[in-house]
Write a protein that binds this ligand. Structure first.
Ligand code: ADP
Ligand code: FBP
Length: 306
């Protein structure tokens, strides 16, 4: 079974406005509440692809109730969230004519008892399971990813990490099967401004040396690279008009794992990942199978010899 772990889920409050006037009254054109948090988005895209997964993590308050209700409405009933005292956060996503601005909240405080209840779920996973851990950590559990990675390694659970760069040292040595940084996350981790393809390859290989089995590095409209222990692949960036890139990275992870579990083929999995990411960027909401198949035809992958 695939488990998606979102320790810090969110409701994304999307606001569309022609132009944001900072320090002034702004009236919004379009608003929408969408459930989010990176692992939950992965589960949603997998669901669109007909694959069941179990979302796990922490949930609380009226915001948490909204997330559970929405999941049930799209026929995801198997979630196993630990109910917390605090409230699941609301993140604000503002799109105006030229920018996408994100305000992501810190999230609630997790108590020791709540954390223990969560790790009991992780301890039940076995070598037949795959765990996808995504996103930031809420307060109170600063070393959560280290503990999760340790349990996974001990129990032979394959795990994937898509987290902010500040957490990488917690899990790399436990050998995640895939790490998915965007350029910012990679730059944060190595504390340097990474720009060129040569630099991206260099630092991607460093993550492999530190323990990651594969590294999928995305750089928005400019594309992405997949680095494995012996190969480097680059996808052509697909040109188009981005409607909302929120969730593109999560769709990339979902697309990759969807295809990789079926074919165990890096090239095919990467191609599917790019098509899924593109499909999400070019529409409102998350990619569905039809969109992905459309962009799959346009996605070409080449091998680099650097
Ligand atoms: N404006 C865009 N145009 C085309 N593709 C995009 C655009 N934004 C995102 N994508 C696709 O989504 C992938 C992930 O986007 P990115 O913003 O790098 O990830 P994250 O959401 O993790 O920050 C990119 O590599 C690309 O394939
Ligand atoms: O946990 P973080 O790092 O604050 O990120 C949470 C945000 O990431 C998202 O999952 C979107 O992620 P991506 O755009 O990277 O795919 C939003 O739904 C959510 O608000």
């Amino acid at each position: 079974m695939i488990y998606t772990c979102t320790l810090n889920p969110a409701i994304d409050y999307h606001i569309e406005v022609d132009k944001v006037n900072i320090g002034k009254l702004n009236r919004t054109d379009h608003t929408q509440f969408l459930i989010g948090g990176k692992g939950i988005n992965v589960s949603l895209v997998l669901k669109h692809l007909g694959v069941e997964s179990i979302p796990i993590g922490f949930i609380g308050g009226f915001t948490g109730d909204f997330i559970k209700k929405q999941l049930r409405e799209i026929d995801i009933h198997q979630y196993r969230f630990i109910e917390i005292n605090g409230e699941t956060r609301i993140n604000v996503k503002i799109k105006d004519h030229s920018n996408e601005t994100e305000l992501n909240s810190l999230g609630p405080d997790i108590s020791d008892i709540e954390w223990k209840a969560f790790t009991d779920i992780i301890k039940q996973l076995s070598s037949n399971d795959t765990l996808i851990c995504s996103g930031s950590l809420p307060k109170g559990i600063p070393n959560a990813y280290q503990e999760i990675a340790g349990i996974c390694q001990k129990n032979n659970v394959s795990f994937i990490m898509d987290t902010p760069g500040v957490y990488y040292d917690q899990f790399l040595s436990y050998q995640p099967i895939l790490v998915k940084p965007n350029l910012n996350e990679l730059s944060t981790y190595f504390n340097t401004q990474i720009k060129t393809i040569d630099e991206i390859v260099h630092y991607g290989k460093e993550l492999i040396k530190k323990g990651a089995k594969k590294v999928l590095i995305s750089f928005s409209a400019e594309g992405s690279l997949l680095i494995t222990e012996d190969k480097i692949y680059q996808a052509n960036p697909i040109k188009g008009i981005s409607i909302s890139s929120i969730g593109s990275g999560d769709s990339m992870v979902a697309g990759f794992i969807y295809q990789h579990l079926q074919t165990i083929n890096d090239h095919k999995a990467y191609q599917y990942a790019v098509a899924a990411a593109t499909a999400t960027a070019f529409k409102k909401g998350l990619a569905n199978q039809e969109d992905i198949e459309k962009y799959l035809i346009l996605t070409t992958i080449k091998e680099l010899n650097i």
